[in-house]
Design a binder for this molecule. Sequence first.
Ligand SMILES: [Zn+2]
Length: 325
Amino acid sequence: MTEEKYFIGVDLGGTNIKAVAMNREGKIFHQQNIPTESEKGPLPVIDKLVLLIESVRRKKDVTRRSLGAIGVAVAGAVDMKQGICRFLTNFPTKWKGIPLASRIKERTGCTSFLINDVRAITLAEKTFGAGRKVKNLVCIALGTGIGGGIVIDGKLHFGSKGFAGEIGHQTISMDGPKCGCGNYGCFEALASGSNIASQAIRFIKQGRSTMIRDLVEGDLNRITPEVVAKAARQGDEVAREIWEKEACYVGIGIANLVVSLDPEMVIIGGGIAKAADLLFEGIKKELSRRVYVDPDVSRLKIVKSEFGDIAGAVGAATWAMMNVF
Ligand SMILES: [Zn+2]
């Protein structure tokens, strides 16, 4: 009897490195996380990543299977063919040009494949998650930044240069704030998690009365989208206003994707998806206000990511598997 093959998926994030071991059917039999400590720079981070992979390989459920390949999801731009990092958004130190895939191969003896993290999430949801029965979908990760992935006719779409899905950098407002990418008024500059917190801070500094200040005991640095969501659920007017505006921006971003791509489903992941109760109705309203080419747009399926926090790692394992078979 041949040994069952398994795949390791690693999600290299700015805060944590997450790993899963998964078989071809998408069954996850082990998962593990460690802090990234990205401020230490590429070499120590690669050391940690390799240690995590080796630790996963030693687990009891894993040792009786044979490792097929490793997939690594990276927050930023990667050269998938050459396995090189191009531009990593949440890493303070120099990662540009690091041949991550070959470094992992040298250290683990196993072939590895890189992919952008949100493209990985999209692949996970399309193959084993919320979108497994759907041929055309868009996946949006709403977090500190905004990323995306597009599936057309059952296939993840990379575009001619590989950056298709960078939907966070579509312009939503002509005169909007400056985005990290250099443009003004990007979707990400207006609707990311960091923006929710900074809006709350601005309202407090303008003297608006809100329980957000009490929830963080006056320490405005502690304001997060979760805090603003908590206040909104308790009926706080300022918090509700912030989430209404957020739903409006996200609705505009999705409306642009709907008229361009005509998807059957929109999957929303990332930390902000946890506030689906505050967002989805407003998104639907915005779609009805803006999309006229589809009279049934109110029935568009907008759903939460099924894999949640491990979607990136699951997608990375899926990507490794797809490259092997
Ligand atoms: Zn941008």
